[in-house]
Every structure is written in C-alpha cells, then in structure tokens.
Design a binder for this molecule. Structure first.
Ligand code: CP
Ligand code: NVA
Length: 310
C-alpha cells in the first residue's frame, strides 16, 4: 500500500513534479477555455469527504472530475457513518474498494494520514487544520499566469500562522522563493510542523513583527481569515489580536508596484482585507478560485495516470 502516491501536503511532490503539473494544468485550462474535451479519467470515480464546509473545493473537484469524464461521490460527516464514529481506517478500507481516488477535507492532519495508510487508492488533502496544498498549487499557478516564474520572488503573508501559511512555507522551501511572515503574537507559524521537523532551505522565510514591513518589496501580498474553520470558539479573542493584520492600501503601496493580492476565500472585507484591496486592480482572487479546478484536474490525472504526453 505504501507505493500509492498520495497528496497529503505540498512537500509530498518534488519541484520537478510541480513543473510538470503546472504545465499540464495550463494545457488543461486552455482546452477548457476552448470547449475542447479532455476525457482522461473516463469511468473513474472520485470520493469527496467533507468534514468541514466548502464552496470552492467542492465545486472545483466535482466539476473538474466530470470534465475529465469521471464521476464523483459526495460524503459529509452528517450524512455518512463518519459522523457516527465508524473508524477512519474502516472508512478508508471500504471507500477505497469502490472508488479510484479520494479527496478529504477534515480537521487534524493525522486523520487524513490514517485514512491514506489504509486506502487502496490515492488520497488528496482538500484542507486540514495544518495544510491546504491544493490551494497553494492554484495560487502558484495563478502567480505564474500573471507574472511568470515565482522563483526568487517575495510572498508576504499577513495574518494567521495557519494551514495556508504552513503550506506557503513548504512551497517556498521547494520552489525557491521567500515568504515574509507577519503574524500577531501567539499566532505564529509552527516551523517544526510546517517543515515536518526538517531544516528548510536557508532564506526561504523571514519573520516580521510589523505587517507593513513584511509587505515592503513583496511581489505578492496574501492573507486569509482570522478564524479558520474549527477555531470558531476563539473568534472574539482573535478579532482583537488580529486588528492590525488587515491588508490595506498602505500595505499594497509598500509592496512592488506590480504586486498581486491573493486570498484563498472566503473573505471578510474590513477584517483581514479592506474592500479596496480585494476588489481593487491588484487582486487576482477570482482567477485564483477558478484555477483550483484546472490544477486539481492535472493533479487527479497525475495521481491516476502518471505523466501524460503532450
Ligand atoms: N479556498 C477554499 O478552499 O474554499 P472553500 O472553503 O470554499 O472550499
Ligand atoms: N484557513 C482557512 C482556509 C479556508 C479555505 C480555514 O481553514 O478555514
């Protein structure tokens, strides 16, 4: 079972695999835009398991799988035995006997790892408390579409040291760019967790107490909700702690003149980002959301078929 290729965190793939995936996603997107069929996963089934809410992840995986000629099964905690304490290992054994691929959105990373360890088919992380690799894959694809290679560039992360921040760090380590991290005190990234206990590439990230300093010279400014799913009980204290971590016009002005703004969405205007930024000319959030589908089509195809010619 260990020979199965899963996508549980960004560091599961090499830089060379990302080069292939990003190129393949561009081809897949081009065909989609030209109404050209791309049926590489006919008769394949994707199981999607959601233990948390979703709009983009569900639509992008579901529409993407249909566009590849396959089909999907949608499960949630509430409408499956997952919500009635069936062990995750047993769920993995059963679901992976009837489907070809599984996408899971859940809480702890250890849960998806346990599922993968007992799965006969590849498992994709559709977001855990710790990581959100599909989103960062889409973000990097979006950056490249707008500005070319991300190697050597600076990405400013303003906000929570959460699943998105952890995944940006893994990507920076692998793909040769730098993350400027600015998080409120008490909400820092856990580097040990982000890098799996390994020593990251020197210079792949730098920590700033002041979010404005972190944005200086950045090629991309990005943020996320102050309160991620699963942390709702901390909402009030987080609102106070994060008050100065709102991406505004001053922060964008401190960045490069052609800096992009990204947010994985859903967004809260007036909290982590001002409306004039997310709805302004430097924002590429709608491309970012759409690109989830294109990169995930490339990812699903790769996990099931390996590298494809042309
Ligand atoms: N960005 C993202 O994963 O969105 P959803 O929570 O809507 O899936
Ligand atoms: N950090 C957010 C991302 C939502 C797509 C969360 O985990 O809720």
């Amino acid at each position: 079972m260990s020979s199965i290729k899963h996508y549980l965190q960004f560091s599961d793939f090499t830089a060379d695999e990302y080069a292939y995936l990003l190129e393949r996603a561009a081809l897949i997107k081009k065909k989609f835009k030209g109404y050209e069929k791309h049926h590489t996963l006919v008769d394949r089934t994707l199981a999607m398991i959601f233990e948390k809410a979703s709009t983009r992840t569900r639509v992008s995986f579901e529409a993407g799988m249909y566009q590849l000629g396959g089909s999907v099964v949608h499960l949630t905690t509430g409408d499956s035995q997952l919500g009635r304490a069936e062990p995750i290992e047993d769920s993995a054994r059963v679901i992976s006997r009837m489907t070809d691929l599984v996408m899971i959105r859940t809480f702890g990373q250890e849960k998806i790892e346990r599922f993968a360890a007992h799965s006969r088919v590849p498992v994709i992380n559709g977001l855990t408390n710790e990581f959100h690799p599909c989103q960062i894959l889409a973000d990097i694809f979006t950056f490249i579409e707008h500005r070319g290679s991300i190697a050597g560039k600076v990405v400013a992360w303003v906000g929570d040291g959460n699943n998105m921040a952890n995944t940006w760090l893994q990507a920076a380590d692998l793909l040769g760019f730098t993350v400027h991290l600015s998080t409120p005190s008490g909400y820092e990234v856990d580097e040990k967790l982000a890098f799996g206990g390994k020593t990251p590439r020197a210079g792949c990230y730098k920590v700033f107490a002041d979010p404005l300093e972190a944005c200086k010279g950045a090629d991309l400014v990005t943020t996320d909700v102050w309160t991620s799913m699963g942390y709702e009980a901390e909402n009030e204290e987080r609102r106070k702690a994060f008050a100065d971590w709102c991406v505004d016009a001053e922060m964008m002005a401190a960045a490069q003149g052609d800096a992009l703004f990204m947010h994985c969405l859903p967004a809260h205007r007036g909290e982590e980002v001002e409306a004039e930024v997310i709805d302004g000319p430097q924002s590429v959030v709608w491309d970012e959301a759409e690109n989830r589908m294109h990169v995930q089509k490339a990812l699903m195809e790769y996990l099931l078929l390996g590298r494809q010619p042309g």
